[in-house]
Design a protein around this ligand. Structure first.
Ligand code: PLP
Length: 381
């Protein structure tokens, strides 16, 4: 019997069969009529998923590459930028903006804290900034920030707002136009249910107008924007990935964004209820907004690396360890994209067995029932 593999990380995430099948279609030429309709439909669907009227730029890169496009296009060396961080990815963006010569004001929270709009407002009163850089869903901690409130604070101060929506887009509400988000960056391998390799970037007219002088070429927004407007990609796009993303976005839009958001809220509730019923302590906030990844403290005396290894070795399941200073202390259960409640139940049941094996005191048999019950109630009115 071949070993069954389960991918329960917060990215990459499981890919539905029709999306995988699209990857297996013959390769077409990117400037031929075989590709253009796929490209056009994919770009239109991306606009719908980003909830924007503007074109969404598509880059052959992971989320970090798409984010680097924002840094490369918006930074003028020597000018001030406010980077808000509360975990691994916020810290990465502070380092990246610094590497491009921005004068970085770093509003730094402890990992696991939730950034507050009023803190951003206060900071912008003290020091001006061309843009505020914020992570929507900080995958390293499970915290989801109030991006709408932070965008409002940035807008009051005349600063642009750039959002890392790599693990949030398609899982939780991210209203690009309605919330006045200038740049929204995401990647294919999370809630967009596609293999890794495509980065997306929604850009406002104000952000296009504010482009800086940092050097750039491949990631130049104007070059990509003009080419996409003609359906004539600036560089060879990964045609198979674009075809796959097109199918995945179609699946997401067929489900309906509101229905997908509702499902993610309930998946988060189920994961938290199950973990608590087992007697575990949550690291990520116990709130509906925290619907992307559930971070759980490893019980006293148990290294979370051993939990991760145990799940992999015994059950072929991949979950995530903590990152940086949280390595060994927390483990993270991803539930973004193509997940249902039985995935949550499966991961909880396996965590329970592995923790018991490792000598932790866990309540046996309670998690699955608690998770199933928590999933039942509709979340979004
Ligand atoms: N930002 C967040 C919130 C993420 O979860 C990730 C992926 O792990 C990234 C950025 C980096 O994206 P990538 O690994 O696709 O470059």
């Amino acid at each position: 019997m071949p070993e069954k593999k389960y991918l329960f990380t917060p990215g990459p995430t499981p890919v539905p069969p029709p999306v995988l099948a699209a990857m297996g279609e013959p390769v077409v030429h990117h400037r031929s009529p075989d590709f253009k309709p796929i490209y056009e439909r994919c770009l239109t669907r991306l606009r719908d998923v980003c909830r924007t009227q503007r074109d969404v730029l598509l880059f052959t890169a992971s989320g970090t590459g798409a984010f680097e496009s924002a840094v490369a296009n918006l930074v003028t060396p020597g000018e001030p930028h406010l980077v808000v961080s509360a975990g691994n990815f916020g810290e990465r963006w502070a380092a990246m903006a610094g590497a491009y010569g921005a004068v970085v004001d770093h509003l730094r929270y402890a990992w696991g804290e939730t950034p507050e709009p009023d803190d951003v407002r206060g900071r912008l009163r003290e020091r001006e900034a061309r843009a505020v850089w914020i992570v929507h869903s900080e995958t390293s901690t499970g915290v989801v920030a109030d991006v709408q409130g932070i965008a409002a604070a940035a807008g009051e101060a005349g600063a642009l707002v750039v959002v890392d929506a790599v693990s949030s887009l398609g899982a939780i509400p991210c209203e690009t136009d309605a919330w006045g988000l200038d740049v929204v960056v995401s990647g294919s391998q999370k809630a967009l249910m596609t293999p890794p390799g495509l980065g997306t970037c929604a850009v406002s007219e104000a952000a296009y107008a504010a482009t800086g002088t940092a050097p750039r070429f491949y990631f130049d927004w104007e070059r990509t924007r003009k080419a996409q407007a003609q359906l004539d990609a600036a560089f060879t796009p990964p045609v198979s990935l674009v075809a796959a993303l097109d199918v995945a976005l179609g699946l997401l839009l067929d489900e309906g964004l509101e229905a997908a958001f509702d499902r993610h809220v309930r998946l988060g509730r189920a994961a938290r209820a199950g973990a608590k019923a087992m007697g575990l302590e949550l690291f990520s906030p116990d709130e509906d907004r925290s619907a992307v990844v559930t971070a759980i403290r490893s019980p006293e005396g148990v290294d979370s690396g051993d939990v991760v290894r145990g799940l992999r070795d015994r059950f072929g399941m991949t979950i995530a360890n903590g990152q940086g200073e949280l390595n060994g202390k927390i483990f993270r259960l991803g539930h973004i994209g193509w997940f249902d409640v039985f995935d949550i139940v499966t991961m909880l049941a396996a965590v329970e067995i592995v923790l018991a094996d490792l000598g932790a005191e866990v309540e046996r048999g309670a998690a699955v029932t608690a998770a199933l019950e928590a999933y039942e109630h509709q979340a979004v009115a």
